[in-house]
Design a protein around this ligand. Sequence first.
Ligand code: G4P
Ligand code: NA
Ligand code: NA
Length: 194
Amino acid sequence: MKRLEERIRKDGVVKTSQVLKVDSFLNHQMDVTFFYEMGAEFKRLFADRPINKILTIEASGIGIAIMAGLHFDVPVVFAKKAQTSNMDEDVYATQIHSFTHDRMNRVVVSKQYLHADDHVLIIDDFLANGCALEGLIDLVKQANGTVEGIGIAVEKGFQKGGDRLRKQGYRLASLAIVESMDETSGEIVFRDQK
Ligand code: G4P
Ligand code: NA
Ligand code: NA
């Protein structure tokens, strides 16, 4: 999505060669008109799939996911990061490794909101190592649902997650793929997607 690449070039801040800050429109302040356009692009990219539900993870996936939900006219479920482990809860639970905080987070979805007849589009804002997405895929599998596709706003193509998920056969579409970043010049190179 050319408009996202342009927006990242204009408003993104290269913190290090590994970390891109997009707080002014995506991760802190949110440009909702632009989110609406990203939702429309996800609809275009996955229009041929029988999607009846969107799944994301709190917090910063939610804004983009609801815009996709609006265009598909389907419910949006967000997985919750739950600190306590309560065996009696009626939830599907998985563990997600956070590289940023170097710990495992327990993530849950109520069994009420994920079913065997669900055809799920997974949405998230960032894709780095792919741990969050693998956790979300695991939740859909536990429910015996179907992952129809994965839609990402910003993929860091130099980290391992995207290519691993594609190798596993998932239909993964990222609106922008950052191939490399230079922290001195601030230059950002995007992967050519056609
Ligand atoms: P992974 O799921 O792909 O393995 O991601 P990782 O653990 O490496 O990243 C941890 C968090 O940081 C995730 O958000 C992820 O979306 C975000 N993130 C990773 N790389 C970048 C980056 O370069 N820029 C920005 N802005 N975010 C990045 P989270 O902890 O799940 O939290 P939340 O913000 O959604 O609540
Ligand atoms: Na985030
Ligand atoms: Na996220």
